[in-house]
Design a protein around this ligand. Structure first.
Ligand SMILES: Cc1ncc(COP(=O)(O)O)c(C=O)c1O
Length: 377
């Protein structure tokens, strides 16, 4: 018989889980906002626009024809081919079907990559203002996130000199997310090229997360570090369907990885989810192969909302930075010592107040009704 240890249930959680567990300012703020009808949640990249109807129809057809089983752990071959084709078309990266792994959202890709690449104490360079799941996934894999400072004066774009200065013998990976969440920073082509050179010279692997690639509102188009010729096969491309096609709830994303890493990733990916949901894979294929004007329509809606926000914040002295999502700075507010981003979102989520809803323009309603989706609620 086991002797009772007297430990509380809470004390039985692993040190790793407790150290990385929920809580913190973000969670406290979200809890405060929960249920309030006069607040609009702007920080979460969950589009309130619905998934375009042709994607939903494809999923229904797939269910009717039996897409209710496991698939190959890497995903259905036709979807993987469509993803490889997209990588070749958009970024001129010679990806083949065997290098593509379809995941349960880009989120799972991120977790699998760090589990597959990091040993305890390995360092990963990433922007100080980053999508928090990156640093969590690094730590969960035993790695050490090393934060590259970003500055408002530079639109929160990471500076290659800072990156180089932080490289140590333990540095294994550089994470390049562009457009970045939460700052909306879009890394210019010459900076991307410099980062590529540094990664090559210091023999670093690179993660290119381009999940917000379709949502750049001003300035030159987005460039992916995956397209840097100097990097050859040292890049892992992470992307997904959540943002581009308003498919957050379908949980489907992907990565394109060097062939040598497919084997090491198999056991991790398979242990996590076996495969991405079969029905969501069918929906993702329809998204890639179907008409793309729904993406343009959504971008127009977000651009218009961004403009409304800008015109509201500027008189308050909250300047806009970032070219993708909207980030504002509290610069000019008496009680802040340094500029800080307050939030960012290319797409805001589920407005609840009627006065807010009323501000949505007639043009937005018309676009949504006639093209990509049903009218906003
Ligand atoms: C930069 C970045 N990468 C990946 C993800 C995860 O996306 P998914 O819904 O495909 O898991 C997010 C989600 O917000 C994100 O901001």
């Amino acid at each position: 018989m086991r002797v009772p240890s007297g430990q509380t249930i809470a004390a039985r959680a692993s040190k790793r889980a407790v150290a990385r567990g929920g809580g913190g300012d973000r969670e406290r703020l979200l809890a405060l906002a929960e249920g309030r009808r006069d607040m609009v949640r702007l920080g979460r990249g969950d589009p309130d626009l619905p998934t375009p109807p042709h994607i939903i129809e494809a999923a229904k057809r797939a269910l009717d024809s039996g897409a209710t089983h496991y698939t190959h752990w890497q995903g259905q071959p036709d979807l993987r081919e469509a993803i490889a084709e997209k990588c070749r078309r958009d970024y001129r990266v010679q990806v083949t079907v065997d290098q593509v792994i379809v995941t349960a959202g880009a989120q799972e890709a991120m977790y699998v990559v760090f589990q597959a690449l990091l040993d305890a104490g390995d360092e990963v360079l990433l922007a100080d203002r980053h999508y928090t799941s990156y640093s969590r996934a690094i730590r969960l894999a035993g790695g050490v996130p090393v934060f590259v400072p970003t500055r408002e004066a530079n639109d929160f774009v990471i500076d290659p000199q800072d990156v180089e200065a932080l490289i140590s013998p333990r540095t294994k990976l550089l994470v390049v997310v562009s457009p970045e969440n939460p700052t909306g920073a879009v890394i210019p082509a010459d900076t991307i090229a410099a980062l590529g050179r540094i990664a090559h010279e210091h023999d670093l692997m690179v993660i290119a997360d381009d999940i917000y690639e379709k949502f750049v509102y001003e300035g030159p188009p987005h460039t992916s570090i995956a397209a840097e010729p100097a990097l050859g096969d040292r890049t892992i491309m992470i992307n997904g369907f959540s943002k581009t096609y308003a498919m957050t709830g379908w949980r489907v994303g992907y990565m394109a990885v060097p062939r040598e890493l497919v084997g090491p990733m198999q056991v991790i990916k398979h242990t996590l989810t076996i495969c991405a949901p079969a029905v969501s894979q069918a929906a993702a294929l329809a998204a890639l192969e179907g008409p793309q004007d729904c993406v343009d329509d959504m971008r127009r809606v977000y651009a218009e909302r961004r403009q409304i926000l800008l015109s509201g914040f500027e008189p308050l002295g909250m300047g806009a930075v970032g070219r993708a999502a909207l980030s504002t700075s509290t610069r000019g507010f008496p009680d802040t010592e340094s500029p800080r981003t307050t939030f960012a979102s290319g797409c805001w989520s589920r407005p609840t107040s009627s006065s807010f809803r009323a501000r949505r323009s007639a043009r937005e309603r018309a676009t949504c009704a006639s093209r990509c989706c049903s009218p906003p609620r």
